[in-house]
Design a protein around this ligand. Structure first.
Ligand SMILES: *Cc1c(COP(=O)(O)O)cnc(C)c1O
Length: 432
């Protein structure tokens, strides 16, 4: 299977050992390269737009540790700030001023967030926000969309994206029916389906949660009327609108998708970028709703390491870099060049593709498209994607090892990196 011109002896050794120690040899499923075949590259270090594996191969990286590395890996200012913070200790378990600073930055940036609670991952943010949706409305049902991923909590493992989609898994064993019977699903970009669910479940739906731009079923932007339509429908039915901006927050605009599309959700989840590469998640929104969270209110949610000083430091420094003028214009330009270039080369070399980009997020499907939802995305030629992925790897380009994951650029990606990537794509696509 793995007939590579890359020297990967050490990666192979380490991954073989890992498979005896950890299920599938990894700490998170998609990393195992199962859907693209071959075996994963074991990383040694990361810097700027590049990663190096344990065999010394260098790659241009479009995964960016799944989103957080938006300023480039190991940004010197982030590393310096972390060194300084480290001297003061690694965990407090008590209030610290760094939480205020990051909270203020998040509240200033994200239009709908008036108060915020920090947690340790996107999963934790989403499971907490779900509890809050239910606590606030006194209703139990929620609507999510097929192919959207909101972390691995039981209630969300219904028609989920990311690794669940990548591995083609049915809804996970171990998730009791009783925890998902209140999870209703609709196809993304389908307002009629959402309307029907509201009509079939009067006064029972706590809210609608979605990735405002899908990244976990591949890259799928919202159709023009979709987000405004959801805002209207939820308001009409006394339900909450929740944007899961764990991926899009501080990525497709400083204020996330809600700023980009001018839609005010009631609640928002964040993660990835706001941790600057350390484990952080957050949820926030309207003050009257957030006041329900303990100890201000009765809805319980807690965390030993939440608000961790190192994680807050990396987040603060990352947002400071991002908020400098021109950051998002740069991401937009560099990413569009990449996405447009890939589409053009694919078409010139005779492949049916579709895709696009918004700011530092992009995607390419091996299907004519258009892709409006997960069902459309699944029409992609996955075999072709696998060969493309492997070919790019051998040409020194590290793409997400799944058709059902968006790609990410960073402030560290230069025009030269894009040129080299497109040159590699031209060679690989010609032989697909
Ligand atoms: C990554 C992601 C999550 C889960 O975050 P983790 O930190 O991996 O738990 C949730 N929602 C979205 C939209 C994500 O992209």
């Amino acid at each position: 299977m793995f007939t590579s011109s890359l020297k990967t002896t050490k990666s192979e050794e380490i991954f073989a050992a890992a498979q005896k120690l950890m299920p599938g040899g990894v700490s998170s499923p998609v990393r195992a390269f199962k859907s693209v075949g071959g075996q994963p590259i074991v990383f040694d270090r990361v810097k700027g737009a590049y990663v190096w594996d344990v065999d010394g191969n260098q790659y241009i990286d479009y995964v960016g540790t799944w989103g957080p590395a938006i300023c480039g890996h190991a940004h010197p200012e982030v590393i310096k700030a972390l060194h300084d913070a480290l001297e003061k200790g690694t965990s407090f378990g008590a209030p610290c001023v760094l939480e205020n600073i990051l909270a203020e930055m998040v509240i200033d940036a994200v239009p709908s967030i008036e108060m915020v609670r920090f947690v340790n991952s996107g999963t934790e943010a989403c499971m907490s926000v779900l509890r809050l949706m239910r606590a606030f409305t006194g209703r139990e049902k929620i609507i999510k969309f097929e192919g959207c991923y909101h972390g691995h909590a039981d209630m969300f493992l219904v028609k989920a994206g990311s690794g669940v989609a990548t591995l083609g898994l049915p809804d996970s064993p171990g998730v009791p029916k009783s925890t998902t019977e209140n999870t209703l699903t609709a196809p993304f970009n389908n307002l009629e389906a959402v309307k029907a669910l509201f009509e079939q479940n009067p006064d029972q739906i706590a809210g609608v949660i979605l990735e405002p731009v899908v990244g976990n079923a591949g890259f799928i932007p919202p159709d023009g009327g979709f987000l405004p339509g959801l805002r209207e429908l939820t308001r009409e039915h006394g339900a909450l609108l929740v944007f899961d901006e764990v991926m899009t927050g501080f990525r497709i605009a400083y204020g996330g998708a809600q700023e980009k599309f001018g839609i005010m959700p009631d609640l928002t989840t964040l993660g990835k970028v706001i941790g600057g590469g350390l484990p952080v998640g957050a949820y926030g929104g309207r003050r009257d709703i957030m006041q329900m969270v303990a100890p201000a209110g009765p809805m319980y949610q807690a965390g030993t390491l939440s608000g961790n000083p190192l994680a807050m430091t990396a987040g603060i420094k990352t947002l400071e870099i991002l908020r400098q003028p021109g950051s998002y214009e740069y991401l937009e330009t560099v990413t569009k060049r990449l996405a447009d270039g890939l589409l053009q080369i694919a078409r010139e070399t005779g492949h049916a593709v579709c895709g696009g980009s918004i700011s530092g997020m992009f995607g390419l499907f091996f299907t004519e498209g258009p892709v409006h939802n997960y069902e459309d995305a699944r029409k992609s030629d996955l075999q072709k994607f696998s060969r493309f992925h492997r070919g790019m790897l051998e040409h020194g380009v590290y793409l997400a090892p799944s058709q059902f994951e968006a790609g990410f650029t960073s402030l560290a990606h230069t025009d030269t990196d894009i040129d080299r990537t497109l040159q590699a794509a031209r060679e690989v696509m010609a032989k697909l």
